[in-house]
Design a binder for this molecule. Structure first.
Ligand SMILES: [Ca+2]
Length: 675
């Protein structure tokens, strides 16, 4: 059930016109009303009384909900949190439950009153007109697991992200689309990947049907294309990866500046060296680390470059467009292979992983439980990799040291973005979202030495020579080949090595599977939402599921922007996601279901039930995500009707968005059906 009042508390005042909730009616006043302007003390007092009345209405509504939904709470989105708030066991006696419920209601009343008073103070403090719209900064990392960062149970040092989590909201069940390109397409457009032309990856063969064309559809608009006409400045730093014009030397087509961004610094494609990224681009021009007059660090490292240029965009914005809100999309390539990090960053983790996978994995399980992100009764998933049998232990440990350093360095740079927002006094009214594009990556790049990588007679590259390759055989700018295999310690610019499946299994603790698959290990991501003026649920955990597709609807709601039916002469598909704004104040995110399809891996989640299959021929598996989010007990044979119904719902969705008919073998109708 949707609770409309909760969605509106921190929406800018001018954007409440559509809201008919009791609280909004009491709070709403005409723009030219002296009451909105707080001209007289008497009116201010009346306003305060009205707001206090709103608090009472809200709290009574909440109290009513608390009592009426009590019995069903254990099976709702809040079931877990509510059980812990009211003291634990669902088997408590009715009287005890009533007493606890009453105590909870009083606490709810006080909390609601506080929230409403905050809104009143904010409105009065501005003294006139609507509250300013927030800046929006979306930061996304690449190929990281659910429990890598500190505030999601990891041992990797991420004090900046931890601070944002402590001052904001953490989502325990947020989902991406399992892979770089589909996630980016869905994030940018608010559409399912196939609707945005990105059912699979960029680089698709010519002639593929539109859902699989590997190029951002022109029947989709990006967040930048929606927010810019509503008055937002739009900036992007980092990995784009949603166009098929993505080779070194290609001309701009469907690049950030053609899709609504005012300024861009980053790479058009994915992967590549962190010391010499392929398709490094400033605005519409491909550049090299050696010929960019606008960014000349002592030594170039791509993660630093992304953060430094984001800082610069914010500083320039404050200088020239201070009155305008902005949208900034920071898409890191950390911690995608190759494992590249400056030596001083790696040194911090030297020896940290010498005991192998299992102690790290166990510690993460424990911290996740302590943090309240997972339930104690979820059994651990099987581990992958036996440390005793690892032949090259020092090399294997070094892979994870570099991976940790990549994330550590990214966090440090995000700290510079936060510091710049604070310096420009923009921090309090900026929504920062941090998430990851897919789960930990088990791909084996560079883990075996390949003779063809040992290039000879290489020459140094000139400053204007574009790095043509994203993977070996390739060379450094000073003329050395990039090598892999266990005889080469990863980290430096002449190496190209992935951290491997066993560490990816650790990254994805406590879940199963990896990047590509749509079991929880492939699609689960942290989502940190931090916004001092808009999110007062400081340090709380939100257990409602959400998906990257929701970010467009969230941005549209916060910006008060109009999502277009047409853009540049093209009909635009209606956006699909749900706004996350209600969750910022404890409200309900309203949606029918969450869907996935990638390479024939497919899933649908409806409330606590998830139907999921691995591969085009994989059978459907059914899981109860409240009791078993680690997906260890397949209930498809126990609940065949539910499995059939959910499979039919998935098929209807897949045909609507273009995920069926699919391009995989075998065709969909050749797969086994649930019994
Ligand atoms: Ca990725």
């Amino acid at each position: 059930m949707r609770l409309p009042y909760q969605a509106t508390l921190f929406v800018p005042l001018h954007d409440r016109s559509h809201d008919c909730s009791p609280a909004a009616k009491i709070l709403r006043e005409p723009e030219d009303s002296p009451r909105r302007h707080g001209a007289h003390g008497e009116e201010r007092s009346r306003s305060f009384l009205r707001v206090l009345s709103a608090a009472v209405v809200l709290s009574l509504t909440r109290t009513g909900r608390s009592v009426s939904s009590w019995r069903s709470s254990a099976s709702t989105r809040h079931g877990e949190a509510r059980r812990s708030r009211i003291g634990g066991s669902p088997l408590l006696g009715l009287r005890a439950r009533s007493a606890l419920c009453l105590r909870g209601s009083i606490r709810e009343w006080l909390r609601t009153a506080l929230l409403v008073c905050c809104v009143w103070n904010t409105a009065q403090g501005q003294n006139s007109g609507p509250a300013p719209r927030p800046n929006i900064v979306i930061i996304m990392s690449d190929d990281m697991g659910y429990s890598d960062i500190g505030c999601y149970g990891g041992e990797i040092t991420t004090p900046v992200l931890d601070r944002l989590a402590a001052g904001g909201l953490r989502f325990s069940q947020f989902y991406n689309m399992a892979r770089c390109c589909p996630t980016r397409a869905a994030l940018l457009t608010g559409l399912h990947p196939h609707q945005a032309g990105m059912g699979h990856m960029t680089g698709a063969p010519q002639g593929r049907p539109e859902p699989w064309q590997g190029n951002l559809s022109h029947q989709a608009v990006t967040i930048a294309e929606v927010l810019r006409p509503s008055g937002y400045a739009t900036y992007m730093c980092g990995k784009w990866h949603v166009t098929n014009r993505e080779r070194a030397g290609d001309e701009p087509y469907n690049w950030p500046l053609q899709r609504g961004f005012d300024r861009f610094y980053g790479t058009i494609t994915g992967a590549g060296s962190f010391y010499d990224p392929t398709t490094l681009t400033r605005d519409n021009r491909m550049i090299t680390p050696a010929n960019d007059p606008e960014y000349r660090p002592a030594s170039f490292y791509y993660t630093d470059a992304i953060n430094d240029n984001a800082v610069r965009f914010i500083a320039d914005h404050a200088q020239t467009n201070a009155a305008q809100p902005f949208f900034l999309y920071v898409a890191h390539t950390a911690a995608h292979w190759p494992m590249h990090a400056p030596e001083e960053a790696i040194a911090k983790y030297r020896g940290r992983y010498d005991q192998g996978y299992e102690p790290i994995r166990k510690a993460r399980f424990e911290r996740l439980r302590q943090l309240g992100l997972t339930r104690p009764d979820w059994p651990p998933t099987p581990s992958f990799g036996n440390w005793d049998q690892v032949e090259h232990k020092a090399w294997e440990a070094r892979c994870m040291e570099v991976y940790a350093a990549m994330i550590d360095r990214m966090d440090e740079g995000i700290g510079r973005i936060v510091a710049e927002l604070e310096k420009q006094k923009l921090f309090d009214n900026t929504l920062i979202l941090f998430l990851q594009d897919n789960g930990g990556c088990a791909e084996p790049q560079g883990r075996v030495d390949k003779p063809e990588w040992h290039l000879e007679d290489l020459k140094p590259m000139g400053p204007d020579d574009l790095q043509p390759k994203i993977w070996p055989p390739m060379q450094t700018r000073d003329g050395r080949p990039l090598l892999g295999g266990p005889q080469v310690m990863p980290g430096g610019p002449d190496t190209y090595i992935a951290y491997g499946k066993a560490w990816a299994n650790v990254s994805n603790t406590p879940f199963r599977e990896y990047k590509h698959w749509v079991h929880e290990g492939g699609i689960s991501t942290p989502l940190i939402a931090h916004w001092p003026k808009g999110i007062l649920r400081r340090g709380e955990i939100e257990h409602q599921p959400g998906q990257v597709i929701d970010l467009m609807a969230t941005c549209v709601a916060l910006a008060g922007a109009a999502y277009p039916a047409e853009h540049q002469g093209q009909k635009i598909r209606p956006m699909e996601g749900a706004s996350l704004v209600p969750a910022f104040t404890g409200g309900t995110i309203s949606r029918e279901a969450i869907y996935w399809e990638h390479e024939g891996n497919r899933a649908i989640r409806v409330d606590k039930w998830k139907l999921v299959a691995k591969g085009p021929a994989g059978e459907w598996e059914l899981y109860d995500m409240e009791a078993d989010r680690t997906e260890l007990t397949d209930l498809a044979s126990q609940h065949p009707r539910r499995a059939r119904k959910m499979a039919a719902q998935w098929e209807t969705w897949a045909r609507r968005v273009g995920a069926l008919p699919w391009i995989w073998k075998p065709p969909y109708n050749k797969r086994p059906h649930p019994q």
